[in-house]
Design a protein around this ligand. Structure first.
Ligand code: SME
Length: 154
């Protein structure tokens, strides 16, 4: 892990047992310190079959609630896998939020082996996300998943 990545990881660890909204907001607000290509960051949680936006950093999005089946965000849940789309504009499943977004990474947050939410990152750079980003962010999602599960409604 690069220096900033481990510093951020430890900062999240320190906040793990604090207020849940503050924890999620901290993650969203500070992820760009790990990689400046992370231009918009959000945490969605599955609640009654819909993905609900719980915290974000960046511009307001109209997609505060996403029906399962819509967009790349749903794919991460229904396929229970990371969605790494290097060119959002060429993916017909992509739900557009911001005109400047070029690539998107959606990382499932799993609890007891099942996806209960996700970390969604948009980048203004094409193909911004590498396998290292995926691995690191999966570890981060594993770290916070016990807390995120408090919001999960099956
Ligand atoms: N682009 C997402 C929708 C959420 S926004 O990126 C904030 C999708 O295709 O599901």
């Amino acid at each position: 892990m690069k220096d900033n990545a481990s510093v951020f990881f430890n900062d999240v660890k320190k906040r793990l047992n604090g207020d849940l909204n503050e924890l999620m907001q901290y993650v969203c607000d500070n992820l760009s310190s790990v990689n400046s290509k992370y231009n918009w960051t959000g945490i969605y949680v599955l609640r009654n079959g819909k993905l609900k936006l719980q915290a974000f950093c960046g511009k307001e999005t109209e997609h505060v609630e996403i029906n399962l089946g819509d967009g790349l965000c749903s794919m991460a849940i229904t396929e229970d896998d990371v969605v790494n789309e290097p060119e959002v504009k060429s993916n017909t499943r992509y739900l557009a939020c911001f005109p400047e977004t070029e690539s998107e990474l959606v990382v499932p947050i799993r609890f007891n082996g099942k996806p209960i939410g996700e970390l969604d990152i948009d980048s203004d750079t094409k193909a911004a996300f590498t396998e290292d980003d995926e691995k690191y962010l999966l570890e981060l999602c594993n770290l916070i998943s016990g807390r995120i599960n408090e919001l999960f409604v099956p």
